[in-house]
Design a protein around this ligand. Structure first.
Ligand code: NAP
Length: 461
């Protein structure tokens, strides 16, 4: 921090673009610092706050979702204002942000996904886990998406991260297990009529290289209606693997131990089966118009623990493929973007344009570092970016006092006919959802359409 903090005659005006975990942690860090009075606008293109906690965290993980109680406290602070249903690039430009705020943080996460780059990926029945997760969580971009689970008996989930585990678990759970969650109503109905009996989760590397965390793996062994199948030879470690395991972290050790336990566990004749396959890569999705199978190749690990194909192939009899090989950021209009990494280029959180730091613009969360870590990991990341902003403050060009008045940006939005949603209005939606939930014994029944949200708030006739 600079030795002579800048004296401000008014609160520092900060825009945070994206009201997910990273956005809330940026706001929290700004509130916690004691050097400057602040006034924070937390903007989101959706009328609802909480980003991936509402639309990404699995519906059967309510404990992780309870973090929203902390976010609610942040949003209720008089120094913070939520402005939902405001889209950068449509309702506001980057130039507007630069004019009306002293500093801007981009915390929009990573809403797209990576491809496998194999033939057949565009066939009907081949989807990204990102879409599937957003659909079952009632994301407003996907209420009309259809996943033909009624006519599919076997699904392959490609990837060995926590998202792959979430998707596998949701496909394998019974209606009873899901009906007490806040899963979107349309997904609950579709899953109730699901014909899926076999789910194949495919890891291209070995048991010791899987990305999932132990708690999530263990949960797979607790499914009421699904047995776990593992080929012992696919989780066996050779001498080099054993050696590597000795120096591995506890998560890896525990994962390997649990996978070995699963491999030994006798089948209980449950109606569904989860096949955890290791050292296999999909090489082609087979079929003409729809999927008839997935061709996979057996892998071995090279000396750097990377997967190398062995030329040995097998076909899995699946008719749906969900690729869960990582999220990817998407560009914001006029904002620098690195398409290869799927992030806004930055130096520890300061936005870069080419080699140069862009004064007053910062990033935090997945759009800063890529899609890694759990919800809480974003706290440290956001705090780091806020610290840099405070260090830069003495040299930042500040907005004019009139523009920096909180009423200026809302007047601009109103003049542009934008129906922005305030936090109090979100709380009304929240109440609608939770009351609808009470009637059917669920935590909430999510409103999945923006038009319906706005109607409920009488913002559009
Ligand atoms: P992830 O943890 O990075 O896992 C991606 C998986 O895809 C890896 O197993 C990776 O294998 C595999 N993969 C990548 N490219 C592939 C290819 N071409 N063919 C086959 N496999 C490929 O990503 P994620 O599961 O999307 O999760 C994102 C982040 O959210 C993670 O930090 C995760 O822990 C977090 N998350 C947490 C929870 C929770 O706490 N409950 C729930 C969901 C997500 P390689 O290792 O070989 O590259």
């Amino acid at each position: 921090m600079s030795e002579h903090p800048r004296e401000l005659s008014r609160p520092l005006r900060v825009a945070v673009i994206g009201a997910g975990p990273s956005g809330f942690y940026v706001a929290e860090s700004l509130l916690k610092q004691t050097q400057h009075a602040v006034s924070v606008d937390l903007l989101d293109r959706l009328p609802t706050p909480y980003g991936l906690v509402r639309y990404g965290v699995a519906p059967d993980h309510p404990k992780i979702k309870s973090i929203t109680l902390q976010y609610e406290k942040i949003a209720r602070d008089p120094r913070v204002r939520f402005l939902g249903h405001v889209e950068l690039g449509k309702d506001l430009t980057r130039a507007d942000l630069q004019k009306y705020y002293d500093a801007v943080f981009y915390t929009v996460g990573a809403s797209s996904d990576r491809n496998l780059g194999i033939p057949g990926e565009t066939l009907k029945g081949s989807y990204s886990a990102t879409e599937f997760v957003a659909w079952y969580n009632g994301h407003p971009d996907y209420p009309d998406r259809e996943f033909d689970l009624h006519n599919v008996s076997s699904v392959a989930v490609v990837g060995a991260g926590n998202v792959a585990i979430d998707v596998t678990r949701i496909l394998a759970k019974s209606h009873d297990e899901l009906s007490s969650t806040d899963m979107a109503h349309h997904a609950l109905v579709a899953l109730q009529h699901s014909a899926v009996r076999d789910v194949y989760m495919l890891a291209r590397r070995g048991a010791a290289q899987a990305k999932f965390t132990t708690k999530e793996l263990r949960e797979l062994g607790e499914l009421l209606e699904a047995d776990i199948l593992i080929k012992p030879e696919e989780v066996a470690l050779d001498e080099a693997g054993q050696l590597a395991l000795e120096s591995a972290d506890n998560t890896v050790k525990k994962n390997v131990e649990i996978l070995h336990e699963f491999a030994k566990k006798p089948l209980e004749g449950k109606p569904r089966r989860v096949h955890l396959r290791f050292l296999v890569s999909p090489v082609e999705i087979l079929g003409q118009e729809s999927i008839t199978g997935l061709k996979i190749e057996r892998n071995r690990l090279d000396e750097n623990q990377n997967a190398v194909g062995t030329g040995e192939f097998e076909t899995l009899p699946v008719s749906m493929v969900l690729r869960s090989v990582g999220y990817k950021g998407v560009p914001l209009q006029d904002v620098p973007f690195d398409p290869r990494k799927g992030v806004i280029p930055n130096a520890s959180g300061r936005v870069l344009e080419g080699e140069a730091v862009v004064p007053g613009e910062y990033v935090a969360g997945w759009i800063k570092r890529g899609p890694s870590g759990v919800v809480g990991s974003n706290k440290v990341d956001s705090a780091e970016s806020v610290k840099l902003m405070l260090e830069d403050l003495s040299t930042l060009e500040l907005a004019g006092d009139a523009d920096a008045h909180p009423g200026a940006i809302t007047a601009l939005l109103e003049a542009r006919g934008v129906h922005y949603v305030t936090f109090d209005q979100w709380l009304e939606l929240d109440q609608f959802e939770t009351e609808a939930g009470k009637l059917v014994g669920r935590p909430r029944v999510k409103i999945a359409r923006i038009s319906e949200m706005l109607e409920k708030l009488k913002l559009r006739i």
